[in-house]
Design a binder for this molecule. Structure first.
Ligand code: THU
Length: 130
């Protein structure tokens, strides 16, 4: 699976000296291109960024617009779920039915939709008073 291969490769580049938990993410955009990201930590811990955020930033910087599919991998006992903030970030750029594949480095995987990952998502419609 090309997305899994790309996420696996970029995971190796993660900068995670504090948690020692490397994460890789790969997106296939609706435009048909692949974009990758890894977590980049910081000694000021809250300044670190997640792999998913990096992949989304790469997608937007490349000029693509929407997520068609996303895969995340980490060396965890069970397929690693995106953090709450990343669920909201993914939902900004993905339709509710988009599949998120969660993987472990030892071959486990789980697939969820964006809707299942973030029920009750906050959207622009919630700011509409008219
Ligand atoms: N992390 C991600 O990059 N993505 C996730 O979905 C979960 C957590 C990173 C953030 C931090 O660098 C490390 O994993 C430990 O939380």
């Amino acid at each position: 699976m090309p997305l899994l291969d790309a996420a696996t490769r970029v995971r190796e580049r993660a900068y995670a000296p504090y948690s020692r938990f490397k994460v890789g993410a790969a997106i296939r955009s609706v435009e048909g291109n692949m974009h990758v990201g890894c977590n980049v930590e910081n000694v000021a811990y809250p300044e670190g960024t997640c792999a998913e955020a990096g992949a989304i930033a790469a997608m937007i910087a490349a000029g693509d617009t929407r997520i068609a599919e996303i895969c995340v991998i980490a060396d965890s006992p069970e397929p690693v779920p995106p953090c709450g903030g990343c669920r909201q970030k993914i939902a900004e750029f993905a339709a509710q039915e988009v599949v998120v594949t969660l993987c472990t480095t030892d071959g486990k995987s789980k697939q969820m939709t964006v809707a299942a990952l973030l029920p009750g998502v906050f959207t622009a419609a919630h700011m509409d008073r008219s």
